[in-house]
Design a protein around this ligand. Structure first.
Ligand code: AMP
Ligand code: MN
Ligand code: MN
Length: 321
């Protein structure tokens, strides 16, 4: 699976940096924290953790994440012995932090995106795994790393959130076996579930209701989509990631084959989140330099909302559904 060995590389490194992806989710954050704690527990070294954008409030219960620093707090001249990217599908998902990766003496990548194709000295990329958390668990077991309750909690969160609560098609027998081991190591399923999904603010729920109300449909309701503007998000000001889970709500309709969410990040710049039941949306988004998984993928488009919709509908219609 790898050329250089991760265990030897950790032993040989004085300073280690772990980087998570932009718009962080439970998988990238949980894996980053678990890896930091694994290295601390098993090698007595304390890696740094970098985030590219704000940590959503729902993950603050993983309190080790308060040690993570934002990209802008780093000194660009710093050279790390080992830089590990977790759940990073493509290098543009870590923005300017790419320089730390490129300069590192050893570059490592732990991921599960089938579109992952950048170079690294150590690559653990398993697209059959539900999540980066699951890949990391396997690595830990192969190296015989010790676990503790905090590590189990972080990894369980990674797997729980990337499988939509063990419901998505990426949930395989090994996913549940891994989750079972994590529970045996001290992860508390109900407590983690409550923290992730039952602590939303009133504004979060009201915002989602507002967005669902303005959903649009095409191809006899087979395609469902929502455009969310910055001003909408500002109006409902909240510390939550207000669009979290929204595109899955569109997919939950029986009639929906493909759902997407356009989220304005800047003038004429939209982040696209796409989901499907059958067609390969990683293929659709890769046309626009994005990627992801068969049924969950994304990209960024630089044009007006109307043009984004046109472009996406044209690409989706090329697929058979
Ligand atoms: P999201 O819609 O942000 O939840 O992302 C769904 C999946 O697509 C995740 O696995 C992401 O890693 C992947 N993804 C989202 N945006 C991009 C992008 N711009 N480039 C590559 N992969 C992406
Ligand atoms: Mn992710
Ligand atoms: Mn993931």
């Amino acid at each position: 699976m790898e050329n250089l060995n991760l265990d030897d590389s950790i032993k040989a490194s004085k300073n280690i940096l772990i980087i998570s992806h932009v718009n962080p989710d439970g998988d990238t954050l949980g894996s980053m924290l678990a890896l930091r704690d694994f290295i601390q527990l098993n090698y007595k070294k304390r890696p740094e953790m970098m985030v590219i954008s704000k940590i959503p409030k729902m993950y603050e219960f993983l309190n080790g994440l308060k040690d993570a620093k934002h990209l802008t707090q780093y000194d660009n001249s710093m050279v790390y012995d080992l830089v590990i990217l977790v759940d990073v599908a493509a290098l543009d998902r870590i923005f300017n932090a790419q320089i730390f990766f490129e300069k590192a003496k050893i570059r490592a990548c732990i991921d599960h995106h089938k579109t992952n194709n950048y170079k690294a000295d150590i690559r653990f990329v398993k697209d059959e795994a539900s999540s980066t958390g699951e890949v990391l668990c396997e690595i830990a077991e192969n190296y015989g790393w010790k676990f503790d309750e905090k590590i189990a909690e972080a990894l369980y969160t990674a797997i729980l959130t990337d499988t939509g609560g063990f419901r998505f098609d990426n949930t395989r027998a090994l996913t549940l076996k891994t989750a079972s081991k994590l529970i045996a190591q001290g992860a508390k399923p109900q407590w983690i579930y409550k923290n992730c999904y039952e602590k939303k603010s009133k504004n979060f729920v009201m915002f989602q209701a507002y967005c669902l109300n303005k959903a649009e449909f095409a191809e006899n309701d087979k395609i469902a989509y929502i455009t969310v503007y910055k001003k909408d998000i500002e109006k409902f000001a909240s510390e939550d990631d207000l669009t979290e889970g929204l595109v899955e709500k569109l997919r939950s309709m029986e009639s929906t084959e493909v759902a997407f969410l356009l989220k304005e990040i800047d003038n004429k710049m939209f982040k696209v989140s796409m989901r499907s039941k059958n067609i390969d949306v990683a293929e659709v988004t890769s046309v626009f330099n994005g990627g992801g998984h068969k049924f969950a993928a994304g990209c960024v488009l630089k044009c007006s909302a109307e043009d984004c919709v046109k472009k996406l509908l044209t690409e989706i219609r090329k697929q058979e559904f």
